[in-house]
Design a protein around this ligand. Sequence first.
Ligand code: UD1
Ligand code: CA
Length: 456
Amino acid sequence: MADRFAVILAAGKGTRMKSPRAKVLHEVGGRTLLAWSVALAAELGCKRTIVVVASDAPDTTAAARKLVGPDNVVIQRQPLGTANAVDAAREALDGADGQVIVLYADTPLVPPSACEQAFAALDGGASICVLGFSATLPNRYGRLILEDDGALQAIVEAGEATPDQLQVDFCNSGVMAAPVKLMFELLREVNNQNAKNEYYLTDLVGLARRRGLRAAAARCEERDVQGVNSQIELAAAERAFQERAREAVMTNGVTMTAPETVFLSWDTKLAPGVTVEPYVVFGLGVSIESGATIKSFSHFTSAKIAQGAEVGPFTRLRPGASIGRNAHIGNFVEVKNVAVGEGAKANHLSYLGDGEVGAGSNIGAGTIFCNYDGFFKYRTVIGKNVFVGSNSALVAPITISDGAYIGAASVITEDVQPDALALARGRQSAKSGWAKGFREKQSAAKKAGKKPKGAV
Ligand code: UD1
Ligand code: CA
């Protein structure tokens, strides 16, 4: 296989986003548009990926450097058009031998399989190949004009197209592949004599054909090459990503009763045999093993759930939450940085932060791990088969050993030994007959029109 290289164009202004953030740093499925393109190039096995950024975009430049390394970020001095942008990678790819694919950083959801078709066309003898799609609204896209034999004759930008050409709905996605040397040779011949006075990358097709070379168009689906130019299109891309991600997990054996209400991230891992009820949000870094059930209205970030566990409804799992096999975490329970052991339960209204809960332990309703003193955080370590009574405050750092019981409503500030009962609350006392006497006294005062001292 020929070596592959990628040039990612990220130098556009993105003014239509109307956002203080650079367009390509907006996210779909929890990953920036730029990172999506870089990941695509990696999936295609590109030996080097060059990102083209504008000279006045420090945030994009910094993000690109992190993703591909400083040597692979090049600057387009002025936004003179897509051909000029690719040309900015000329020096970086000097001496590179193989095939290059041009990707737009604002087109996040191109599947690797679509790009593979473009490379396959090159391997099949075409000198240049673009990815095209049938557009529902072709208006501003470049039109792909085909020969009778299906070869690509030209790409005509909407601004230069004849009325007949505007009728064509087969449009240019922007993804283009060619041998590296040929692409940079042809780029020297592009001029800006056109409606926008820009250097059009799309001119490469005509220039290649003038040399007697063959150009091809591969076909992909519209939703795969949706570009992001506005907040509305960003939301549309998110929708497309979510649909695709849900389809992928369901194809893989995940049960979802209302998939349209479940939100996934690009790295969400749901094993076959997971059940997800309606209205669940998976933030970044979540993985769930087979047989786990996620009940409605739950929100997870950087959390793990093991086989057979039941989580939700209304559970919040924050970074470092790890829910063991067959454990139950119920409504209004927040777990952060706590490993919950096999078969343990915290079913109602609790905060478990920084610590561990041993296998088989039961955390009563309203239990709070008091993990923070305003400056530092401390761990709460609960052993196996511990029973924590309802409404207990466990003041960390603290260890409650195997088999211990905590009486309800205790404020526990000292370690509890194995199998001990710890009580830390006022002792109950009862005054017999007191209530009856009280009622008699008060009702007599009321009848007499006398208010006790302080009453209003
Ligand atoms: C381009 C294509 C058009 C295609 C459409 C698909 C050309 C001439 N036209 O049009 O055929 O249908 O994309 O969306 O290529 N960019 C730079 N520097 C520049 C100009 C653009 O980096 O000087 C980047 C932009 O950030 C963007 C991409 O190139 O990621 C496309 O640029 P844009 O101006 O949006 O091209 P279109 O006019 O939409
Ligand atoms: Ca565009």
